[in-house]
Design a binder for this molecule. Structure first.
Ligand code: GLN
Length: 485
């Protein structure tokens, strides 16, 4: 196997015993990028020179005996995380020329841990979408079937990991944007608890929902990445000063005696039969491992799509007000009047989906409608959160499908926003409740498309997610297969 096909923990062992060098790993990653990036289009920006410099520095450090958690490991960063000196576009024309003057906390943490940043990945514009089709920089294709979407909005990160064009990546998840592409591309993805990972330097979409998390080739790598990025950040007011356990120590522990909740609301009509069968296969493994699957109810599940598509656009309309053509990015000429310049810059700078969200959100927040929409949605959100609190009184974790269907065809849902929004039906609840969720590849459909199982746990119980996902992973061959690009 080539180095780019291996995991973080496999490469770490090889770097330690001298069987490989960081520059060789970087070399194999860029060789792969040269071969398949033209077909997949995972990246908006590649940072080849900087990556080789970082790899050389890693090799020097290793020679001197200092090796940190990610020393010499090539990683990709979603293009909504600020990275000093290089573009951070959010997949939008309005930020096409924006270069960040500072690193996001997660980016800094990755660098401090020795990671080699190789590029910024493609995404739906401002992370609004489920298919990576709304990027101003073009679509990303699913490495398992180039006629299909990789999921979104972190589709570039998921596809890059699946196609071995990096070893691991960071994504962001506001309503499923790490987990749904992980499922569609056959990789592991984790959305941490709200407050677990600092969002300082993450371009805001919906501030009460956004979290950053890893996309990796296996569960152990996911734990390694989470160890690096988790923790309190004085620069970020919603980050929580809770201790960070060694997440890696949860991988490999058994789950005998656990109670795994199966919410009946997530197994409704409309689920693809192959997806359902794959999840049922996971239930069987869980029982074989000595844990118990029990039916539970999350009664407010039906409201998730409605609540999310009020709250997320409302917060987005407020967050995106800052793009006025003056302070950041794209500026239109206009007719010489200030107001016209704002109007023209925003009209030309944002794409259709972003404008739709700004309009919905502005409407929902306006005087006379606020109580009926944003406030009402926030109240129902609290009921949903209580559903989870009571479920976790009787279960260790919850198991659900990630998405009702596998990766869909490019263009299939672009004319029908409601259909697109419905593809998030199983992932929105964790963001609304603030709880963590992990996706682990659990099988394939008859068309050879990957399917991922989603586990959810109580607040700050990421360790349990690593534990259950790694226990199942050992009995699921799905993580071992790779796309025949
Ligand atoms: N697909 C959802 C949306 O369009 C979630 C996106 C995300 O998690 N960033 O808003």
């Amino acid at each position: 196997m080539e180095p780019n096909e291996l995991t973080i923990h496999e490469l770490q062992a090889m770097l330690r015993d001298g069987t490989t060098k960081a520059v060789d790993i970087a070399g194999s990653v860029f060789k792969r990028i040269d071969a398949v990036e033209g077909a997949v289009h995972s990246y908006i920006t590649l940072l080849k020179d900087a990556a080789f410099q970082a790899a050389e520095a890693s090799d020097r450090n290793i020679r001197e005996g200092t090796i940190a958690a990610l020393t010499g490991i090539p990683v990709a960063i979603k293009d909504n995380m600020c990275t000093v000196g290089v573009p951070t576009t959010c997949g939008s024309r309005i930020l096409e020329n924006f270069t960040s003057p500072y690193d996001a906390t997660v980016v800094k943490k990755m660098r401090d841990a020795g990671a080699v940043i190789i590029g910024k990945t493609n995404m739906d514009e401002f992370a609004m979408g489920s298919s990576t089709e709304t990027s101003f920089f073009g679509i990303t294709r699913n490495p398992w079937d180039l006629e299909r979407v990789p999921g979104g909005s972190s589709g570039g990160s998921a596809a890059a990991v699946a196609a071995d064009m990096c070893i691991a990546a960071l994504g962001s998840d506001t309503g499923g944007s790490i987990r749904q592409p992980a499922s569609h591309c056959g990789v592991v993805g984790l959305k941490p608890t709200y407050g677990r990972v600092s969002r300082y330097g993450l371009v805001a979409f919906a501030s009460s929902l956004d979290q950053i998390g890893p996309l990796t080739k296996d569960v152990e790598d996911c734990a390694i990445m989470l160890n690096v990025i988790a923790g309190y950040d004085p620069k970020e007011s919603t980050s929580v000063p809770a201790p960070v356990p060694d997440y890696r120590s949860f991988a490999g522990r058994d789950i005998a005696g656990w109670k795994v909740g199966i919410p009946k609301e997530y197994f409704v009509a409309g689920i693809d039969p192959d997806v359902r069968a794959a999840i049922e296969g996971v239930m069987k493994i869980i029982e074989d491992l000595g844990a118990e699957c029990r039916e539970i109810s999350l009664p407010h599940t039906d409201y998730c799509v409605a609540i999310y598509y009020i709250i997320a656009p409302s917060e987005a309309s407020s967050n995106l007000a800052r793009y006025d053509g003056v302070r950041y990015g794209y500026r239109a000429k206009g007719d010489g009047e200030l107001l016209d310049m704002y109007k023209q810059s925003r009209s030309a700078g944002f794409g259709a989906e972003v404008k739709r969200r700004i309009m919905i959100g502005t409407y929902a927040l306006s005087a006379g409608y606020y109580d009926a929409y944003y406030k009402k949605a926030s109240q129902v959100r609290m009921l949903l959160r209580r559903d989870f609190d009571s479920a976790f009184e009787s279960c260790d974790v919850i198991l659900t499908p990630t998405s009702p269907v596998p990766a869909f065809r490019i263009g299939e849902k672009t004319d029908d926003p409601l259909q697109m929004y419905l593809s998030d039906i199983f992932t929105l609840s964790t963001n609304l409740a603030g709880v963590p969720g992990i996706v682990v590849p659990c099988g394939f459909t008859s068309k050879r498309l990957p399917v991922g199982a989603q586990f959810m746990a109580g607040h700050f119980e990421e360790g349990k997610l690593i534990q259950v996902a790694s226990a199942c992973e050992r009995h699921l061959a799905a993580t071992k297969r790779r796309p025949a690009l």
